[in-house]
Design a protein around this ligand. Structure first.
Ligand SMILES: O=C(O)CCC(=O)C(=O)O
Ligand SMILES: [Fe+2]
Length: 360
């Protein structure tokens, strides 16, 4: 991919505009920028982040992903992501393992995922080992990418903590570097689909809300779509060079009693001429410690207490799901698996906080 000139995102396709948040200003505690971040996080739950200072690490992550996907499939399968006991989905995931709808239509993406815990302990092993291409990039690429992404996401969490009036650092404590978690760095590949019929796009990655708390995503080609609240139509998010796409996931929605919003999104093949190219994305997922019990932090924040206090008992129960962060993702992943499918009920059992039955 380095050196390849990718076609631009088409101008004649409508996109959903995201707010652009400047990370340098967030770090400087700029009040206006913090308000913008708050607006994005409580609204759509997606925003662009510029000046995040990880461009080099992201480029290197794309290279690591490409080198890994050039290995023979047999080699990658030695590091298959299932079958190890871990709080995440670390290792190599093959295409077609997860459903994209209630009929069980398989996905088309594969990915390599490296646990934050393994990266930070390297050369020690916490959860598992990785392909040679991952090890070769560990010191130069993956560890710096994980450290910087962790720092950025936790800085954003600290802004939310202050806005929500959470006492005792309770939100950051749920996302501590020391706690074992499902947090990971990934490079995802979706195949080129040059001959698809317009309007009949194969879904590459199903409509979903993210399982964890905060996602820090890097896209070069289009294909990511959001389903804005109240809308029935999917809308593209335009990739902007140097701008990460950040979004809230389910566990942060639960911890904040629904004040922060985990929005539905999906990936389809890139539009127009971009569809002729393999689509790569790089992402860092921040998830709570695997043993963190998911519940709205109402004891720690009057604002969260008020918010869930206004809900019906049935809605309020969603914010105390009697489960840990590790169990939350394990359930969603298990029922999404095409192998575990018994019928449409499997799809419904895999769904998360902002589930909309109309969305595929
Ligand atoms: O590849 C993308 O643009 C989005 C990936 C995504 O939503 C995910 O992995 O959860
Ligand atoms: Fe996602």
């Amino acid at each position: 991919m380095p050196g390849i000139q990718l076609p631009p995102f088409p101008d004649d396709i409508s996109t959903h505009p995201l707010l652009i948040v400047d990370y340098e200003l967030i770090k400087a505690s700029d009040a206006q920028e913090i308000d913008k971040l708050w607006k994005a996080a409580t609204g759509l739950g997606f925003w662009y982040l510029k000046n995040h200072g990880t461009d080099r690490e992201v480029d290197n992550m794309f290279e690591m992903g490409e080198e890994t996907m050039k290995l023979p499939q047999d080699e990658r399968l030695k590091f298959y992501h299932k079958g190890i006991k871990s709080p995440g989905s670390f290792g190599y995931k093959t295409a077609g393992e997860y459903m994209t709808d209630q009929d069980g239509t398989p996905d088309t993406i594969d990915y390599i995922s490296i646990a934050k815990d393994d990266a930070l302990a390297y050369p020690g092993v916490i959860h598992r080992t990785y392909p040679v291409t991952v090890n070769a990039h560990m010191e130069s690429t993956i560890i710096p990418f994980v450290r910087k992404s962790f720092e950025i996401n936790n800085t954003i969490l600290s802004v939310f903590e202050e806005k929500l009036g959470i006492v005792g650092g309770a939100l950051l404590k749920c996302h501590s570097a020391e706690d074992l978690s499902g947090s990971d760095a990934r490079c995802i590949r979706a195949p080129a689909e040059p001959n698809r019929e317009f309007g009949k796009d194969k879904v590459a990655l199903s409509a979903h809300t993210d399982l964890g708390s905060l996602s820090f995503l890097h896209n070069r080609l289009g294909g990511l779509q959001v389903l804005p609240p109240g809308s029935t139509g999917w809308q593209y998010v335009r990739p902007i060079p140097g701008h990460a796409i950040c979004n809230i996931g389910d566990t942060l929605t639960i911890l904040t009693g629904g004040i922060l919003h985990s929005n539905m999104h999906r990936v389809i093949p890139p539009p127009g001429a971009q569809g002729a190219y393999t689509r790569w994305s790089v992402v860092y997922f921040t998830r709570p410690g695997k043993d963190v019990r998911l519940r709205a932090l109402a004891e720690e924040s009057a604002m969260i207490k008020d918010n869930i206090g206004r809900m019906s008992p049935k809605d309020r129960a969603k914010y105390d799901p009697n489960t840990t962060a590790g169990e939350w993702s394990a359930r969603r992943i298990k029922f999404l698996s095409t192998k575990n499918r018994t019928g449409p009920e499997s799809w419904h059992a895999s769904r998360g906080m902002e589930y909309r039955p109309d969305a595929v």
